[in-house]
Design a protein around this ligand. Structure first.
Ligand SMILES: NC(=O)c1ccc[n+]([C@@H]2O[C@H](COP(=O)([O-])OP(=O)(O)OC[C@H]3O[C@@H](n4cnc5c(N)ncnc54)[C@H](OP(=O)(O)O)[C@@H]3O)[C@@H](O)[C@H]2O)c1
Length: 316
């Protein structure tokens, strides 16, 4: 993609859910050609009804998109917005040969997916992004964007800067505030240091952030410190006090998406977040006793649910 800013792009969106659906609709509304890649039923719904967005910042609107179960033609960029648990299966819909030199832009939380994508696609096309927003797919093609912001950081150590800049411009023009950041490790770990303690403990205790930060303060503080230590060891210095201050600034009823997944009985992105944290700690010899215990408890609980028994007790 070497387009001038504001040129019309053809963008595939793999996984038109909370994040993918929002971005697909915004890009389509901005005049880009959007092809959503999904399962049969969702693709059919999107083709016939488009994507309906309800958003305090971007307005309530419906955008027409194309939809298919597989990528069948070259595109400028392919945004990847499935959950980590669905990534391997979903990538079958995007054959490397068809994708060619399109940018591959994963919006997944976690720090390991970029390497996996570089194994499958051209390494100089993989440009990971993080997004700060809360957006929910309430039904196929129906997206509720809850936060009064949607902010994207786009990065990619292996990707030519002009390609990142062109995509960032298109995203920015479509709505979300979008920055291009130079250091991929720092960008992905910046999200991880905030997300991991928050997601793991709200899910472990079945409590919103307000209760976790008061009733489980010591555990939250320890986990923030461990995560920051691992991040620093990976080359992304982090300040756990700053992370705690951010938690303290959130509304008390805030829940993590991992917690919402647990409540709904959906698979958790536990390996992409907790598992990846432990693997990085192991690689760098950083002790993470609290993270190890919490991840083990969550894994045991997932297994228990899979076996049909009740999961962790939910505190009230
Ligand atoms: N949602 C947020 O607010 C938010 C914020 C920041 C980061 N993230 C991260 O963004 C990623 C996506 O999260 P999300 O909340 O947007 O997920 P989501 O709402 O569950 O959407 C995932 C989408 O992937 C689709 N999908 C599942 N398996 C597929 C397959 N094999 N082939 C094609 N499509 C498939 C689903 O299709 P159906 O519609 O047919 O079920 C769904 O539309 C996650 O890593 C999450 O942690 C999310």
């Amino acid at each position: 993609m070497t387009n001038e800013p504001n040129d019309e792009l053809t963008v595939a969106v793999l996984g038109p859910g909370g994040i993918g659906g929002l971005l697909a609709a915004l890009l389509s509304r901005a005049g880009h050609r959007v092809i959503c890649l999904a399962g049969d039923e969702t693709a059919h719904t999107l083709r016939t009804s488009g994507i309906r967005v309800r958003s305090a910042v971007f307005g309530d609107f419906t955008a027409g998109v194309e939809a298919d179960t597989e990528l069948r033609e070259p595109v400028d960029a392919c945004l990847i917005a499935v959950k980590a648990t669905a990534l391997d299966a979903a990538l079958e819909r995007v054959p490397p040969k068809t994708l060619g030199d399109a940018l591959v832009v994963p919006f997944l939380n976690g720090v390991e997916h970029a390497a996996a994508l570089r194994d499958r696609y051209r390494p100089d096309t993989v440009a990971p992004a993080t997004i700060r927003a809360e957006s929910t797919r309430v039904a196929p093609g129906e997206i509720e964007h809850a936060t009064p912001f949607a902010e994207i950081d786009l990065t990619g150590d292996t990707v030519p800067g002009d390609r990142l800049a062109a995509l960032a411009q298109a995203l920015r023009d479509a709505g979300p505030a979008t920055r291009v950041l130079p250091d991929e490790t720092a960008t992905l770990w910046a999200k991880m240091t905030f997300l991991a303690p928050f997601a793991l403990l709200t899910t472990r205790h079945g409590l919103p952030l307000g209760d976790v930060r008061t009733r489980h303060r010591e555990e939250l503080t320890a986990l923030a410190a461990e995560t920051a230590a691992v991040s620093s060891a990976c080359g992304a210095p982090a300040d756990p006090d700053q992370t705690l201050a951010r938690y303290d600034a959130f509304p008390p009823q805030t829940k993590s998406s991992m917690q919402r997944d647990a409540e709904a009985g959906r698979p958790l992105e536990l390996d992409a977040i907790g598992g990846a944290l432990l693997r990085a700690a192991e690689r760098h010899g950083v002790p993470v006793p609290v993270a190890s215990r919490v991840v083990r408890e969550l894994r045991d609980a997932e297994l228990t649910v899979a076996l049909g028994a009740s999961a962790l007790p939910v505190e009230v």
